[in-house]
Design a protein around this ligand. Sequence first.
Ligand code: ARG
Length: 752
Amino acid sequence: MRKTLFFFALVALMSIGKTFADEGMWLPMFVDRLNYTDMQKMGLQLTPEEIYSINNSSLKDAIVGLSGGPTPTGFFCTGEIVSEKGLLFTNHHCGYDNIQKLSSVDHDYLADGFWAKSFDEELPTYGEMTASFLIKMENVTDSIFANVTDNMDDKTRSAEIRKVTTRLKETYNEDGKYNVVVKSFFEGNEYYLFIYEVYTDVRLVGTPPSSIGKFGGDTDNWMWPRHTGDFSIFRVYSAPDGSPADYSENNIPLQPKYHLPISLDGVQKDDFTMIWGFPGTTTRYMTSFEVETSIEELYPTVVDVFGKQLEIWKEFMDTNTKVKIQYASKYAGVANTWKNYIGRIRSLNRLHTINKKQETEAQFDTWLNANADRKAEYGDVLETFETYNAGMKDFLSTFYYVQLTGLGAEITGLGMDFGELAQIMAPINKKELPKDKKEAEAMKEQRSTEANQLIETFRAELNEFYKDYDATTDQKVFAEMMKMYIKHTPENLQSAYVTKSLKNYKNDYEAFAAHVFNTSLLSSKDKIEAFLNKPDYKKISNDPVVIIANEVMAGVMSMAGQYREINAPMAKAKRLYMKGLREMNPDKVYYPDANSTMRMTYGSVQDYQPADAIHYEFVTTTKGILEKEDPNNSEFIVPARLKELIEKEDYGPYSENGEMIVCFLSTNDITGGNSGSPIINGKGELLGLAFDGNWDAMSSDIVFEPELQRTINVDIRYVLFIIDKFAGATNLIDELTIRQSEPKPIRTETTL
Ligand code: ARG
């Protein structure tokens, strides 16, 4: 709701006062002990057993980790089960990659949307999207540390931990029935084990067109006010007996243990909300030293390189529909990180995060110096961080440039894979070859089997690669990446092939790139298929791209050695710093950093004030969609059907006092991986789907800013409106468990 009204200075007064900002991503098994009383006070009505139970079905059974394989150790997004037939809601940007892969110029589901009218029409993703259900989690710290001692060196320690981890996985997986994952918490001070059941047959059921699911595009990404219908719909299938099974016609829709009911009541300011999902990574206990390294070395480098790639991709996407579809998902992913890092630099600077971290470090220093035992245990910690920061100065940026540019074109990535093949195909060195004839034959045989296996793997993967590959686009990227590579790589680490060729081409990067693309086998599917049908060692080992990839990697490896050296003492320092902080503040309940395990975060619906004299409402409405409409800007096109519905105010049962709410804000503490997570009210009903963080707190992975940090959610009523009124997919609406309390509450408007 971008009403000019909200820019009046008076509004500023209103958001001063109580904020319910809830920092923390909590582990489900401890919710009862650590958070429950607090949550109840804020409005939670469920019992602890209804939330997390390992014996009975509970809310946690409706929360799904999404990944792209059968044995994931982490998840790119979260989904939730919303029907008795395994229907799953997640974000549009979470389904995006699969929707893109299922699209072509003839049936472009990104542009037009897709709605299956029956089970038959649902589109298999063949293991590209898999759904993990958490069976239970356990604290295994004692087992992990049984033979670990304080004075063990890092290597021995890691080896011991790996050994126990492997044993635990074997003990708990029940002959492969479950995927067992062990994760480190609090920087290696605690360990937990997670048992998942992984379903690999997940099918696309419905998606709005990008003009709804990605409305506002990259301009609005990470921003409020937002008007994006960021949802897509999938269904989990199982074998006829309910167990996980790879795609088969015989599979049936999953009968889940639990599915979330949906509320049509909507939200009011201060309403209790909780979000369940799989946040990926945070580093909330990071020191000022590491923040400085990130701001100065890491983020600007990534921004620079990604910015260049995006610029070139966009140039080609804008003029070629095929390229536009081919590069849509890659572009969205890179653009998302690129903008995020720009935001991080800005927020970390504006919010003086380094100073705030320094204050904590000063307290830590005073605390440890007050006692000889502490001094002995923690005395070196801060110095280690300082040394790390100094070591990374002017080094980390170069290290990233070399990798990101040297291997930045898609073709060089492929070059690395084929380099591996070349290595296996290489004639065996005489010295290596056993004297015994039989043994020598066996060794050759073994190599050739390995090569053939790799060739078959490549064959299978290459179809997918070339479907979304445009050599003309990549050639330009390659030229630009090489330019940056030469600029940033120390001379002694530069690829000799690149420097020599550039000399031949008188530093004409375009001509050099044209030569590489003309002569390499990897620049077209036909050439590489012909090679795979008749593999030849000489051909592949002399391929310019394979040579370049190899030589770039040699430089990277040499720098990686130095990186490891600088980084080596950090694991221990981080572990001790974390341990020390908890000891220093014994009354404070610490939550562990996100690590792609199931978490719960609770808070409330809130507006906020991003800067002096600006106030942001906590909801947006469809009015804003028409305000933002711009037929000349692909990011802000409003589909005709949607426009008609909005103009007629034809909202069905989904509006509130005549208005259609699109998105709303809450104070919940989330990060990447939480995308698609359900935001749930005190009664355990679905209110919407979390899908973004906000520009004013892009520092959020490193520090929680209660006054500024908000989660952006798409209101479930807008989701249902799109499914029902826009798409006419009433078959899906009929599957849901929809609740509405009477009488309908009136949203508290902030009145002046
Ligand atoms: N910022 C969102 C996230 O990281 C992704 C939003 C995708 N939308 C977009 N316009 N690229 O989860």
